[in-house]
Design a protein around this ligand. Structure first.
Ligand SMILES: NC(=O)c1ccc[n+]([C@@H]2O[C@H](COP(=O)([O-])OP(=O)(O)OC[C@H]3O[C@@H](n4cnc5c(N)ncnc54)[C@H](O)[C@@H]3O)[C@@H](O)[C@H]2O)c1
Length: 387
């Protein structure tokens, strides 16, 4: 297969996982890393085994050996970096949320479409083998007609007032924290697996910790504060807890909660879909099991075992049953779909379902915007924009 060169902008928490995933594909060269200055870029390039380091994303975009740009910068840079990469004719893998608002996301979708590049958003949970098994089973009618789609995405890394991140600052993270950061994943997954679009939302947002202690020094995402840190008090304007009633197309009902202040919940994403014949539940923290609920016979757990899965999706499980696969493997599966698509020179219309595009990124941004508007206008039913 033709070799493809990748460059990454932003190598903090998630950037190195992008590099790790594409390195495992076998036909991708890690060409360059761009950081916010020369020194940090050089350090990251050495750590990640990239050939070149650039102190600005503009310099990386000028490198002709970089064919695909991964944007893993904080949210406020998503539009700027992605738009510039498109301008340079690069294919783009953008991390979620695609942009700060649906309007920004739509602009990126339009630019990418006009430029004819391949565009993708890392909604990486789509890459879990049993997520694809669930999607296939629902599309085939195995659970009957879906009538209720529900779940949660709960974490606890912001439970203390000294926990802090750029995600809490609207000019860097956007107007939403929990919903934009992890709600975007839940909404994409629910729509992808059910095959149904979210049409209306009624949201209730809460800022459980309204004043936080911002460390005056730098701190990595998800890192805990220490007793030696120095702090300044900051009023928090974004939610850390959010519950939403949902209507999907066809009148299907739903509900979900996202929160970053729920003790004991680390990366607790649950999606359950109830249909007329059966139910399916996938739990990210137990991702090698798919619960299949029945009324008239015993409910069962389908294990991530390629010999038990449908042939169309069994290949996503790279190990036999009982050998646990996890978060980085799903990330690799999604990026494999993207890079295979690029290598084959296919148009976006021929992408496999697992590969989320800027249109899917825009859709998640549109739900976030509707959730914020619903709350702002007095917790009222709000229509989600359509393209
Ligand atoms: N797909 C997922 O599951 C997942 C997981 C975590 C984060 N994310 C997303 O990835 C993005 C980054 O999140 P993170 O947790 O890695 O944040 P982070 O703060 O750990 O890393 C961001 C990096 O970007 C660098 N950076 C800032 N400005 C830059 C610039 N102008 N040029 C180049 N680099 C610059 C920072 O120095 C830092 O290294 C966010 O949008 C987040 O939503 C996605």
């Amino acid at each position: 297969m033709k070799r493809i060169g990748m460059g990454i902008v932003g190598a903090g928490f998630v950037g190195p996982h992008h590099v790790d995933a594409v390195r495992r594909l076998g036909f991708v060269d890690i060409v360059a890393v761009a950081g916010s200055n020369d020194a940090s870029a050089a350090k990251k390039a050495e750590l990640l085994g990239a050939r070149r380091a650039y102190g600005s994303y503009e310099a990386l975009l000028a490198d002709p050996d970089v064919h695909v740009v991964h944007n893993a910068t904080p949210n406020h840079l998503h539009h700027r970096v992605t738009a510039a990469a498109i301008e340079h004719g690069k294919h783009v893998v953008a991390d979620k949320p695609l942009a700060l608002t649906a309007a920004e996301a739509k602009d990126l979708l339009d630019r990418a479409t006009r430029a004819g590049i391949v565009h993708a958003v890392t909604f990486n949970y789509r890459g879990n083998p049993l997520v694809q098994q669930a999607r296939l089973a629902i599309a085939r009618g195995d659970i009957g007609t879906p009538h209720f789609v529900h779940g949660h995405y709960l974490q606890d890394w912001l439970i203390k007032d000294r926990d802090y991140s750029w995600r809490l600052e609207p000019d860097k993270g956007g107007a939403s924290s929990a919903m934009g950061d992890i709600g975007s994943h839940w909404c994409d997954l629910a729509q992808h697996v059910s095959g149904l679009r979210i049409t209306h939302v009624l949201a209730d947002l809460t800022t459980v910790i309204p004043v936080r202690k911002k460390p005056t020094g730098a701190r990595l995402a998800f890192a805990k504060g220490s007793a030696d840190d120095k702090y300044e008090p900051v009023d928090i304007k974004v939610e850390d807890l959010c519950s939403v009633l949902v209507r999907f197309e066809g009148g299907v009902k739903g509900a979900f909660t996202v929160g970053q202040i729920c003790a004991g919940h680390k990366n607790d994403l649950v999606l359950e879909i109830n249909g007329g014949e059966a139910s399916l539940r996938w739990h990210q923290e137990r991702q090698n099991d798919l619960w299949i609920g029945h009324r008239s016979k015993g409910s069962v757990i389908l294990q991530k075992d390629p010999s038990l899965m449908d042939p169309e999706v069994a290949g996503l499980a790279k190990l036999p049953g009982g050998h646990q696969e996890a978060w980085p493997d799903a990330f690799r599966n999604v990026l494999h779909a993207v890079y295979e698509h690029i290598a084959e020179g296919k148009p976006m219309s021929e992408r496999v379902p697992m590969m989320s595009s800027f249109e899917d990124g825009w859709r998640a941004n549109a739900v976030i915007d509707a959730v914020l508007a619903s709350h702002r206008n007095g917790n009222v039913w709000t229509e989600v924009a359509t393209l």
